[in-house]
Design a binder for this molecule. Structure first.
Ligand code: BMP
Length: 216
């Protein structure tokens, strides 16, 4: 994945035509587009290939099953053209290794969730986030997902994952700051509603980029 804008678009719309319109309009501003259940279940698996004509697609299926089922899920979405897939760590190393094997076979990247960005993640995920990050490293993941809503947690997870990528959701609508997340060590920011729900999505993403460039 190129690292030009350091932004990944979370395209959680449920209309195929709206998704394709937004992808075309915004592709220059994002290094990748993350799509998941909302769009894939609404528009069908073929949307993965259609969106990947605009930018590399990360399939956010938060894969969380036994190894064989994980493999089938990853094979399906990576076979449909995704360049990366997101899995949950909590089912364990064997489940993650199945995702990793599928990703390797497709020349794709595996990303593993450590701690999620919403308040509810503090109950079960936060106490285990460091273990999940270690498991991601052990499974050979290309990167992890860590919360822009809690920059201190990004810093902690960076210490564990070393040079692996950190992709970070929670900027904008969820209250996270782009600048703070990057300063804490995120490689990429995942941005969704604050851009695609805006009346002027291009201006909305330019505002985020303005915040990022202030870093230099
Ligand atoms: P938004 O900018 O609209 O809040 O979108 C964030 C995106 O990142 C959504 O697709 C959501 O499912 C995803 N996400 C998240 O918000 N927090 C996490 O911890 C992990 C995610 O994948």
């Amino acid at each position: 994945m190129k690292k030009d804008t350091r932004l990944i678009l979370a395209l959680d719309v449920t209309s195929r035509s709206q998704a394709l319109r937004l992808a075309g309009q915004l592709k220059e501003h994002f290094d990748a587009i993350k799509i998941g259940y909302p769009l894939i279940l609404s528009a069908g698996l073929e949307i993965v290939r259609e969106i990947s004509a605009f930018a590399p697609v990360i399939a956010d299926l938060k894969v969380a099953d036994i190894p064989n089922t994980n493999r089938l899920i990853c094979d399906a979405v990576l076979g449909a053209g995704a360049s990366g897939v997101i899995a949950q760590a909590f089912p364990g190393l064997d489940s993650l290794l199945a995702c990793k094997a599928s990703a390797k076979a497709h020349g794709a990247d595996l990303f593993v969730v450590t701690e999620m960005s919403h308040p509810g993640a503090e109950l079960f995920m936060a106490p285990l986030a460091e273990s999940m990050a270690r498991l991601a490293v052990g499974a050979g993941a290309a990167g992890v997902v860590a919360p822009a809503t809690r920059p201190a947690r990004i810093k902690l997870i960076r210490n564990i994952v070393g040079s692996r990528l950190i992709i970070s959701p929670g900027v904008g609508t969820q209250g996270g700051s782009a600048r703070q997340a990057l300063q804490a060590g995120a490689d990429y920011l995942i941005v969704g509603r604050s851009v695609y729900e805006s009346d002027d999505p291009v201006s909305a993403v330019e505002a985020v980029l303005g915040e990022i460039y202030k870093l230099d």
